[in-house]
Write a protein that binds this ligand. Structure first.
Ligand code: AMP
Length: 146
């Protein structure tokens, strides 16, 4: 059964290129729609939720910067349609699962650093997304540039 709707999750770093390329190839091979999502994590979350200062301006800057990067990606990858690219606030795993369900996606594509040992304990978004995913998940192995 070919995939019908592929959701690629990107962190908007230079590492997202191989992830988008793989998702785009899969979308073309399957004749599938390609959607993209980036999640801006609330700063308060990074500080453990209890921050005695107003982070709203910094948060807005972070969101605007993400939007600029996303717009550049849309220009770079013509297969990505603006209306299928999403920028949301929240926790990556939760938002990726939510969007995949809402859009009835049948494949989620993420990058994976193949962490092990202590690094794995510190967390990997790919692992996180895999747990409880509403559909198949493809983890694209990312190789560190040396
Ligand atoms: P990480 O484990 O955080 O290094 O990220 C691995 C992969 O998870 C990335 O290549 C993306 O596919 C995905 N990812 C990480 N952070 C985000 C984010 N904020 N929004 C969407 N996807 C993300």
């Amino acid at each position: 059964m070919p995939y019908k709707h592929i959701l690629v999750a990107v962190d908007l770093t230079e590492e997202c290129d191989p992830v988008i390329k793989r998702a785009q190839e899969s979308a073309l091979a399957n004749g599938a729609i390609l959607s993209l999502v980036h999640i801006v994590e609330p700063m308060a979350m990074a500080f453990g939720g209890d921050v005695p200062m107003d982070l709203s301006q910094l948060q807005q800057q972070q969101f605007d910067q993400a939007k600029e990067r996303l717009d550049r990606l849309i220009l770079k990858y013509p297969h990505l349609k603006k209306e299928d690219c999403h920028l949301t606030y929240g926790q990556p795993r939760q938002e990726i699962h939510h969007l995949a369900k809402e859009k009835a996606c049948d494949l989620i594509v993420v990058g994976s650093h193949g962490r092990h040992g202590l690094a794995l304990l510190l967390g990997s978004t790919a692992n996180d997304v895999l747990h409880g995913a509403p559909c198949d998940v493809l983890a694209v192995k990312l190789v560190k540039a040396s």
